[in-house]
Structures are given as C-alpha cells and as structure tokens.
Design a protein around this ligand. Structure first.
Ligand code: 4FV
Length: 247
C-alpha cells in the first residue's frame, strides 16, 4: 500500500512520519509513504500556492494548477488506480470502519488544505473528502497524518501483533477495557485481582464487562452497531438490567 501526501509543509509531515509504528513500517518497507511539497508544482517566482477568493471575503484559497500538477506527478509515479482524498471538515467522518475500507486501496493520495480551503474545481480530481472531526484546523496535515496512522494499522505487519489490531477498540465497535501494568499498587490503587489471577477465562469475561460497561456509560449509541458475541450479549443484558452495575 502506498501513501502520497501533498502539502505546503513537507517538513512537518515528514517529522511525524518518522515516529513509532508508522515510522518503523516505512523503514521496513511494509508501507511506502511519499511527501510532496506543493510549491515544487508552482510556476511563478513567488512559488504561489494560494490566491484571493473570487467574490471577495476573508482569507485566501489554494490555487488549482499546482494541485493538478502534483496529482499528475503522483499518477506518473504510482500508476493507477489512485484514490485521492482531501482532508476537510466537509468530509466523510473518519471511523475505524472507514479506515478499514481505505486500507483496501492500493494507492492513497492525501491533499492537505490550508487557508480557507482549495479551489472547488480541485474536487474534480478528488474521490472523497475525509474529516477527522467537527472542528476547524489551520491545515489538513494533521488530519492526513491521522488517516495514514489509522489506515496503516490495517496493513499486515505494520502493528507487531496483528491480534492487537483485531482487538483494537472500535474494531468491533466497543470502547477499550482498562489496561494495567506494574507496579501492582500505586497511590493506594491496586490492580484488579482478576488480572493477577492467571484465570484467563475470568480475565476475558472481566475485560468484556469493562468494555461493555464503558461503552454503555460513555457511547451507548455504539452498542447499536457493535458486533457482540453471545457472552457479551449476556453481559450487556445483565448490565442493562443493572444486575451487576459496577463490577
Ligand atoms: C479538517 C478537519 C480541517 C479546514 C480549512 C484546513 C482545515 C483548512 N480536515 N478534518 N476537521 N481542515 O479542519 O479534516 O484548509
């Protein structure tokens, strides 16, 4: 799977791509990520990537030509099919399911907006807008990095133990259970005994109950679409009947 990121701040994006799981996956050649400086596709001596908005109003708009040239270059390099994404607040909200869908694509291209946004005619070359949330950022770079991180985790070998991807919360539509590590006690708080019991069936049930309790409390709407197994359905019924309440 390849990722091409088009931005006016390549250094910012490259720095973030060096870290952690994604950085290691790039080093190991499991994913191929290229960062393109949009200014390289400008023709004027000021290397302008933005201009004043037709119809007036505040701010600037990103010019279409440099973006078209950048996309042509990526198409030359990667071949097709390219899946071109524009990160913008108007887009499809990024979820684990959307990330999973995007991870089936061969070549993802991420256009990072700045200023008030891109010239609307750029959309003729965009397959989908993707939003990371209902707030306005100063640029599309952070959203692009969020997309790369969330999608890359679906690529086999990127996350050390593929099991943990499968268990990633939201993979099955539930919030994650609490995690503990040494020391067994700190600030007067002990690790729940069940986790030190070695009884893996009990531990699995406890974790399921924690995920369901948390999801019920914080994101009950997720339970409408979560894929629960029989044991989880039983636990959820108990929780909803308030039989067990806090465990
Ligand atoms: C954004 C978001 C976002 C809007 C104007 C960049 C900014 C500026 N992108 N999810 N929320 N983008 O706020 O994806 O061009």
């Amino acid at each position: 799977m390849t990722f091409d990121i088009v931005t006016i701040f390549p250094a910012m994006v490259e720095a973030a791509l060096q870290a952690g799981v994604v950085g290691r996956a790039i080093e190991r050649g499991i994913i191929d990520v290229a960062v393109h400086d949009l200014r390289e596709f400008t023709t004027d001596r000021h290397r302008s990537v933005d201009d004043v908005p037709y119809g007036g109003g505040p701010g600037m708009v990103m010019k279409p030509e440099p973006i078209f040239k950048a996309l042509d270059r990526v198409a030359e390099r990667r071949g097709t099919p390219l899946t071109v994404l524009l990160t913008s607040p108007q887009g499809t909200r990024l979820t684990q399911a959307v990330a999973g869908r995007l991870s089936t694509k061969e070549h993802l291209v991420l256009l990072c907006g700045r200023y008030e946004g891109v010239d609307e005619r750029v959309r003729s070359r965009v397959d989908e807008d993707v939003s990371i949330g209902d707030y306005v950022l100063s640029g599309g770079e952070l959203p692009a990095l969020v997309v790369v991180d969330a999608v890359a985790r679906f690529v086999p070998g990127v996350v050390g133990d593929d099991q943990s991807v499968a268990e990633d919360s939201f993979s099955r539509g539930l919030l994650d259970f609490p995690h503990y590590t040494r020391p067994a006690e700190i600030a007067g708080e002990r690790v729940p005994d069940v986790l030190m019991s070695g009884n893996h069936a009990e531990i699995r049930r406890w974790r399921k109950r924690q995920s369901l309790t948390r999801t019920l409390a914080r994101r009950p709407e997720l339970l409408e679409t979560a894929s629960l197994d029989d044991e989880e359905r039983r636990i959820l019924a108990e929780l909803q009947e308030g039989k067990h309440g806090r465990s």
